[in-house]
Design a protein. Structure first.
Length: 97
């Protein structure tokens, strides 16, 4: 594998792990809580980590490793599955409670 591609994949993997950590902190402490060291809201930290991850996705698209069309199709497919199998889009349940 090309060293630049390998490096981009390695960094993407690290960024995904950082997103997971920040999601855990948001769930544990709340989106609007402040990080105890930085004083930055966890929501802002989550956005920053997801932004870092997206930057690597964009780099991999620019390198020709990923296709933006395929990524968009995969995202559309996932949304359809979530509409069918999750409660994320179910406004009826949210208003009933």
């Amino acid at each position: 594998m090309d060293p630049q591609i390998q490096e981009a994949l390695d960094i993407l993997q690290e960024e995904c792990a950082e997103v997971i950590v920040e999601i855990s902190k948001c769930r544990r402490f709340g989106l609007d809580s402040m990080h105890y060291k930085t004083g930055v809201e966890h929501r802002a930290m989550l956005e920053a980590e997801i932004g870092d991850m997206l930057a690597l996705v964009h780099i991999l698209v620019a390198q020709g490793i990923l296709s933006i069309d395929n990524l968009e199709q995969a995202a559309d497919n996932k949304k359809r599955k979530l509409e069918q199998w999750s409660n994320i889009f179910n406004t009826q349940k949210a208003t009933d409670e």
